[in-house]
Design a protein around this ligand. Structure first.
Ligand SMILES: Cc1ncc(COP(=O)(O)O)c(C=O)c1O
Length: 401
């Protein structure tokens, strides 16, 4: 069968508009399309491919587990799931793990759990969920409503209730909103989709303190920031603020769908038998691949390498900006970076993405003003250099047009 981009329009639901290119092979941070054109991958499947494409450790884990056992459902547990859970517990604040398949599902579990904790401990009155403008937490109806862009949750009928939003980094507004009726606060420790926005230390510490004061469960959505992305295994570890629940997905499986919700024993006990679940959650094949990804990323060498690469990217962007004057700033942490377009190029992030692709570079956007980069955490340094050179050509093309 001839597979073309046109086939997408014929057979797929029209909720996406993928690029004209259909990649067919990936190795490390290089990708080739159907016509053999080569790309350097600064997108990483939206912060998923933390070890690039077809990393040998992940391929081996997939093959090995693929010949043992794939799926059992939660009627029975399995060895890879328990090994991975133990490693997550050992490496974080958490004592208990719940496995899911996507970031949205892990967040859905976190929100439902928080509501249960409040109901069991304090009663039905304590149901308010506070989240932040521009936040992104997934596309289930609960998580998209908790997300901070109403446009994404409008038009689907009555929304889940008692959810309020304030501006990120506005501690005074947050303090004015939180009360003893607040059940949970959901926050990204660095807003990704919202435009690569870091929290201030005072804000994060203030949010933590106010959650503690009002007995509200603090949920860190580390779906995008987790598994080494910011240079720490989890971003909370670099902020010195510990959440009550943490969700992780994307990079957790290095490209294989898996997610997890991490929490304490005290909180976890409220998800009693039968209160929540998922057929695929803890799938043996997914957990085996995730275990290999986790073992590979959670080393001093890889985590230090993230910071080293961040430096290279920042120097590269600075050099490009010195020549072409297109960015007002470069923000983010580790390998979750955003080049913010200045006034002259406002609203044109997508144009830079398209021009980059023409020059053989895969990139992302975060809103209309930010070009986002989330490459492999182990991207070879020569690929960073070559990718930046291609990006410079794309920038030059736009500036000189
Ligand atoms: C912070 C954050 N939370 C949740 C999600 C949703 O994850 P998924 O698409 O796997 O459901 C995303 C996806 O971009 C995200 O960036």
């Amino acid at each position: 069968m001839q597979v073309t981009r046109e086939l997408f329009n014929d057979v797929m639901v029209p909720n996406y508009a993928p690029s004209a290119v259909i990649p067919v092979k990936g190795e490390g941070s290089r990708v080739w399309d159907q016509n053999g054109k080569e790309f350097i991958d600064f997108a990483g499947g939206i912060a998923v491919n933390c070890l690039g494409h077809c990393h040998p450790a992940l391929v081996n884990a997939l093959k090995e587990q693929g010949e043992k056992i794939w799926h059992l459902s939660n009627v029975m547990t399995n060895e890879p799931a328990l090994r991975l859970a133990k490693k997550l517990v050992d490496a974080t604040f958490a004592e208990k793990v719940y496995f899911a398949n996507s970031g949205a599902e892990a967040n859905e579990a976190a929100l439902k759990l928080a509501r249960r904790v409040a109901l069991d401990n304090h009663g039905a009155e304590k149901s308010q969920i506070i989240a932040f403008n521009k936040a992104f937490h997934g596309r289930t109806f609960f998580t998209v409503t908790v997300g901070g862009q109403a446009a994404y949750s409008d038009g689907f009928g009555p929304k889940p209730g008692d959810i309020d939003h304030v501006d990120y980094n506005d501690l005074a507004a947050f303090e004015a909103l939180i009360s003893d009726k607040t059940c949970a606060v959901m926050i990204e420790p660095l807003q990704g989709e919202g435009g690569i926005i870091s929290p201030t230390n005072e804000f994060m510490q203030g949010v933590r303190d106010l959650c503690t004061k009002h007995n509200a469960v603090l949920i860190f959505d580390e779906v995008q920031t987790g598994v080494g992305r910011t240079g720490d295994l989890y971003a909370y570890q670099g902020l010195n603020v510990t959440p009550d629940i943490l969700t992780t997905a994307k990079a957790l499986g290095g490209g294989f769908p898996i997610a997890a919700m991490l929490t304490s024993t005290e909180i976890a006990k409220h998800l009693k038998i039968g209160t929540h679940g998922s057929t695929y959650g803890g799938n043996a094949l997914a957990c085996a691949v995730a275990e290999a990804a986790f073992d590979t990323v959670n080393t001093d060498e890889v985590l230090a390498g993230v910071t080293e690469r961040e430096q290279m990217f920042r120097e590269g962007f600075d050099a490009i900006n010195a020549k072409y004057n297109v960015f007002s700033e470069v923000r983010g942490k580790g390998l979750l970076l955003g080049a913010v377009l200045n006034k002259d190029y406002e609203g044109r992030a997508k144009d830079f993405l398209v021009a980059s692709a023409e020059h053989g570079l895969m990139s992302l956007v975060a809103g209309v003003n930010v070009i986002r980069f989330t490459p492999s955490l182990v991207i070879p340094l020569e690929d960073v250099k070559e990718g930046l050179a291609r990006f410079e050509k794309a920038v030059a093309q736009i500036v000189n047009a």
